[in-house]
Design a protein around this ligand. Structure first.
Ligand code: ATP
Length: 235
């Protein structure tokens, strides 16, 4: 077991964004959390990465209680977060963005090889390594944000809506890359409005509605369930 989320509740002032959520991520899995806009998906990821504090509940990562752990320490423990909307550093080159991702690493000697590994995974980033990040297309910025997250050598990668705003061809490519990242040993917690893609690559999934989990199962079970088909797959 890599991550356990127990009875998690998160508020923004009077708004109860997450209302008693329980789920688990096992080592080696891709787990997808799906749900409509505003269901609380991003809030859960932000809480895991230490950016916001829960009102109640417990987060356990590799057997350690991380409920009150700060964001920098969370990265050092091996959890890396790719936020919605990418947020690459504009004004910095592609390469500099990747270097920023390695900021907290102590093993400086391996960083160059890891930058090369990112270029192998995302050849377009290698071709554009000297370009300002702001000159990349949306799909390329998504790749850069993922590459930057990988530079921290995460054990658990948190991905917030990686398909958002991308052309279909890029969406397919991003999902292929997520599967490769898993195959190479990184555990993935993915949140998506694109339920079909997210469930089709997931070992397991959870459906979130207004801050609560209403359904869970294997990716395949959820794809085939009537409730998911009606609410999220247009059928
Ligand atoms: P989205 O795909 O839009 O990000 P989501 O499922 O990730 O949807 P959240 O962003 O977690 O949902 O939002 C959950 C609820 O919390 C929503 O009602 C949202 O309006 C509210 N919310 C999110 N961020 C804030 C904030 N910074 N301040 C106040 N309310 C917020």
């Amino acid at each position: 077991l890599m991550l356990r989320v127990e009875n998690l509740a998160v508020n923004y002032g009077m708004i109860n964004a997450v209302r008693g959520v329980n789920f688990e991520v096992n080592k080696g899995e891709i787990v997808s959390l799906i749900g409509a806009n505003g269901a609380g998906k991003s809030t859960i990821l932000r809480t895991i990465s230490g950016l916001i504090k829960p009102a109640s509940g417990t987060l356990t990562y590799e057997g350690q209680n991380i409920t009150k752990t700060n964001a920098q320490k969370i990265v050092q423990l091996g959890i890396s977060h790719v936020p919605e909307g990418r947020h690459v550093f504009k004004g910095l080159s592609v390469r500099e963005n990747l270097e920023m991702g390695a900021f907290l690493r102590k093993d400086r000697a391996n960083i160059e090889a890891d930058i090369q590994a990112v270029y192998d995974r995302f050849p377009v980033l290698g071709e554009r390594q000297k370009q300002d990040a702001s000159t990349l297309s949306g799909g390329e910025q998504q790749m850069l944000a993922m590459g930057r997250a990988l530079m921290s050598k995460p054990k658990l990668l948190l991905l917030d809506e990686p398909s958002m705003g991308l052309a279909p061809i890029f969406i397919q490519e991003i999902f292929n890359i997520i599967q490769q990242i898993q195959a190479q040993g990184t555990t993935v917690l993915l949140i998506e409005q694109n339920a079909k893609m997210a469930l089709s690559i997931a070992s397991r999934g959870y459906v979130l509605e207004t801050g609560k989990i209403v359904l869970s199962g294997t990716g395949q079970e959820l794809l085939e369930s009537d409730a998911v088909q009606k609410a999220y797959l247009g059928g």
